[in-house]
Structures are given as structure tokens and as C-alpha cells.
Design a protein around this ligand. Structure first.
Ligand code: NDP
Length: 397
């Protein structure tokens, strides 16, 4: 029986609140806090079980500390934005409370995400006797656990890993992002990067692409190579992997909008002086685009996210694909969110469950693949994200 403090009442925070509320034997008391308390209250009103709400600016560390001291949680689930990661980790260190997030730290003024800032907290968390679990969403998150599980059960050696993320759904809007537009567009417009033979290889943004035939009737879709944060921790923890890449589907329409917005400067992250005021174009763009939470009732279709591995088992070559398929409308019926928020929020709640039940314990800062994948893989299906393993005939070129 443990109290939990969830920070961030966006699309993902809503799913985490619902999922924690479904498991009273693990999450005995829930507090949902965000910059705008009204959003927390709206979510609380959807949930049959009473949950507390609070207002906090998580970048204000003394206030964050005061909130943790008042709520006395066993774990803080950070589903605000990556900019808040270090501030919330500082507050957890000050109060001696465990920490979990779904996205690694990113400085506001530079579109660059790396684990180095959060890994640098390892010694301090260890000395304080507390645990941080980083990247407990789907990708990163479940994809790291899939990799660890394949490594443990299906392969003796893995040579290549391809993480593939498809949104085969549609919301009917001319242009909208499925999660926070600022974070999403910063990620996609970066240069691509993948790991091969001991070094990072760079590619121009969205320049490498190919078709991938998705299972269970989704069919062939164009996938684009991107840099994604789990590649950094996976190659650290599985150093024998020779090549690791990340792919995501985009429609032609989405890419055309993005190209035009980029060409006219609307995706810039540096301030521009306008009528006596500094405006950051990408933040202004976020204000114009649909709130991802509003896409819930509009989105139809499915997502498919998985890990394709190529290696050897018992001396024989093997290719395996492990994946989840999630239906947008089914998610909306259950928690009033589309599948992108759902596939992130469920693993955040299951990660916290692993920490609170003692299935995953450690002192310091950890990525998902550092723990035994079995208890997580056992829990994640019944909590809403079942998985399927398929053997394929040929690896991805
Ligand atoms: P939203 O923009 O919908 O929600 C973010 C929430 O955080 C908002 O309620 C916002 O409050 C709150 N917030 C922002 N700044 C602060 C602050 N300083 N203090 C307190 N609260 C704050 O984002 P999503 O729900 O779509 O995404 C949440 C996180 O999940 C992001 O970090 C994202 O990168 C991550 N993510 C991870 C994925 C994965 O698979 N690993 C996939 C998708 C997302 P307000 O509205 O009041 O400003």
C-alpha cells in the first residue's frame, strides 16, 4: 500500500492517473499535481475513486519539495515535460523519495536529449538510498524491456536491433501531433542517428526511409529513421549489439506540413523579437495546434510498436519481432485518451508498480533494461498492453 504523486496532467498524466486508480492494492492514495490544477480536477472527475489534486510548478524546486513533504509519496511519477526532469530529481533527492519518468532530460534552449545529465545523479541517488527509473513509457520503456526479454529468452547473441513505431491511426485533423507538439517536433526535426560497429552514424532529418509490412492487417507503411533516446541506453547495456536503429511512420501529409513549417521558421526554438516581445516560434505553434488530449475522441485505428532483433540461438540464425498493437478507440473507451498517451501511461504505472512491489529495486539511477524483464512482461499484458512474438524469415536490411 503506497502513496503516489503524479506530476503532469496532460495526455499521459491522465492515463497514469486512471491506471494507478485501477490498482488500489498497489497505489493506496493518489495525488495528481500540475501547473494548472484545473486540468488535474478534470481528470479526477473522470475517476470513480477519489484522488487528490494540487498545483505545482515543478521547476520551482522548493515548492516541489514542499509538495512531496506534504503528500509523503513512496514514488514521484514525472509525466510533465522533459525540461522538468532534473528539478523533480533534485526534489526527490532532498526528500529521499523514489523517482520515475518517461522521457530523458532536454535543455529548453537546445533540441538535444541525452542521458548524461540524469546518469550523473546515480551516485547521489545511491548514497541517498533511493531509486530513479528512467524512461518508463513505451519507447523508451517497453522497447527497452522487450530488448532485455529477447536477450534473456530468445537469443544467445543479438547483432542488430530495429525499434519500429507505427501510428496507423487517424484523427482527421489537417495537422496535429499525438503528444506534446513542442517535444514531438523538436525530436523529429533533429538529424537522424543510429549505432553501427561501435560508432554513431548521422543522417539528414527523415532522409532514410523504407517500407515495413506491419502485422495483424495493418500492412505496409513507410518508416523513417530517427534518433531516439533508448538507443543510447540500449547500446550501453548491450554492448555486443552491432547495429541499433529507430524507425517511425509518418504520413506524406504530416511531412509536408512539417517541411513548410520548418521552411518558414515556425519550428525554431530560439526567441524572435516580435512587437516588443520575445516569442519562441515552436511554443507559439504549440498554442495554435490541437491539444493532443483533445484528439482522444477523434482518433481511430491502431498503433504497433515493437523490436525486431536479428542474431543467433543455439548456433542458428534467427529473426524475431516482438510488438504490441493498441486500438485508439478502445483506449478512449477505457481512459478517455488515444493510444499514444495510453501506450506511454500504462508502462509508467507498471514501472511504478514494479518499484513499489519490490519486483524492481536498486539504489541509484536505472534504465528499464537493467532489471529482470520477466515481472514487467507478466504484468504489462493484463494492465492493457499485451504483446506478441513472431519469428520472421529475413532480417531488415
Ligand atoms: P502534455 O503537454 O499533454 O502534458 C504535460 C503536462 O505537464 C501538462 O499538464 C503541463 O501543465 C504539465 N507541466 C508542464 N510544465 C510543468 C511544470 N513546470 N510544472 C508542473 N507541470 C508542468 O504532454 P504529454 O502528456 O503528451 O507528455 C508527457 C510526457 O510524456 C512528456 O515528457 C513526453 O515527452 C513523454 N512521452 C513519452 C513517451 C514514451 O513512450 N516514452 C511517448 C509520449 C510522451 P500545463 O498544461 O498546466 O502547462
Amino acid at each position: 500500500m503506497s502513496k503516489v504523486l503524479i506530476v503532469g496532467a496532460g495526455g499521459v498524466g491522465q492515463v497514469v492517473a486512471h491506471k494507478c486508480a485501477q490498482l488500489p492494492e498497489v497505489f493506496s492514495e493518489i495525488t495528481l499535481a500540475s501547473r494548472t490544477e484545473e486540468k488535474c480536477r478534470r481528470i479526477a472527475a473522470q475517476i470513480a475513486r477519489p484522488i487528490h489534486t494540487a498545483q505545482v510548478d515543478a521547476d520551482d524546486v522548493p515548492r516541489m519539495i514542499a509538495l512531496i513533504e506534504r503528500v509523503q509519496p513512496k514514488v514521484v511519477i514525472n509525466v510533465a515535460l522533459p525540461y522538468q526532469d532534473l528539478h523533480i530529481m533534485d526534489a526527490c533527492l532532498a526528500t529521499g523519495v523514489d523517482y520515475l519518468d518517461t522521457a530523458n532530460y532536454e535543455p529548453l534552449d537546445e533540441a538535444k536529449f541525452e542521458y548524461k545529465w540524469q546518469w550523473a545523479y546515480h551516485e547521489r541517488f545511491r548514497e541517498r538510498g533511493i531509486m530513479a527509473l528512467l524512461g518508463s513509457g513505451f519507447d523508451p520503456g517497453v522497447t527497452n524491456v522487450y530488448t532485455a526479454w529477447l536477450h534473456k529468452h530468445e537469443f544467445d547473441e543479438i547483432d542488430t536491433i530495429d525499434i519500429i513505431d507505427a501510428n496507423a491511426g487517424s484523427h482527421g485533423q489537417p495537422f496535429a501531433t499525438n503528444f506534446n507538439p513542442e517535444i514531438n517536433i523538436r525530436e523529429i526535426t533533429q538529424r537522424g542517428r543510429y549505432w553501427e560497429n561501435g560508432a554513431w552514424q548521422g543522417t539528414d532529418p527523415l532522409s532514410v526511409h523504407r517500407k515495413f509490412d506491419f502485422p495483424e492487417g495493418i500492412g505496409p507503411m513507410e518508416i523513417y529513421l530517427l534518433y531516439h533516446e533508448e538507443l543510447e541506453s540500449i547500446i550501453k547495456h548491450f554492448p555486443k549489439v552491432k547495429r541499433a536503429r529507430f524507425w517511425m511512420t509518418f504520413s506524406e501529409n504530416y511531412l509536408t506540413h512539417l517541411r513548410v513549417l520548418g521552411n518558414v521558421g515556425m519550428t525554431r526554438i530560439d526567441p524572435v523579437r516580435f512587437q516588443g516581445q520575445d516569442i519562441v516560434p515552436i511554443q507559439f505553434l504549440k498554442a495554435l495546434l490541437p491539444d493532443p488530449a483533445s484528439l482522444g475522441p477523434l482518433t481511430k485505428g491502431r498503433t504497433c510498436i515493437g523490436v525486431l532483433a536479428h542474431g543467433r540461438k543455439d548456433g542458428k540464425e534467427k529473426v524475431a519481432f516482438i510488438y504490441n498493437i493498441c486500438d485508439h478507440e478502445a483506449c478512449y473507451r477505457e481512459v478517455k485518451s488515444q493510444a499514444i498517451s495510453y501506450t506511454t501511461g500504462v508502462p509508467a504505472a507498471v514501472g511504478a508498480e514494479m518499484m513499489l512491489t519490490g519486483a524492481w529495486r536498486g539504489k541509484g539511477v536505472f534504465n528499464m533494461e537493467q532489471f529482470d524483464p520477466d515481472p514487467f512482461m507478466k504484468a504489462i499484458g493484463p494492465r492493457g498492453l499485451p504483446w506478441t512474438l513472431k519469428t520472421l524469415d529475413a532480417p531488415m536490411e
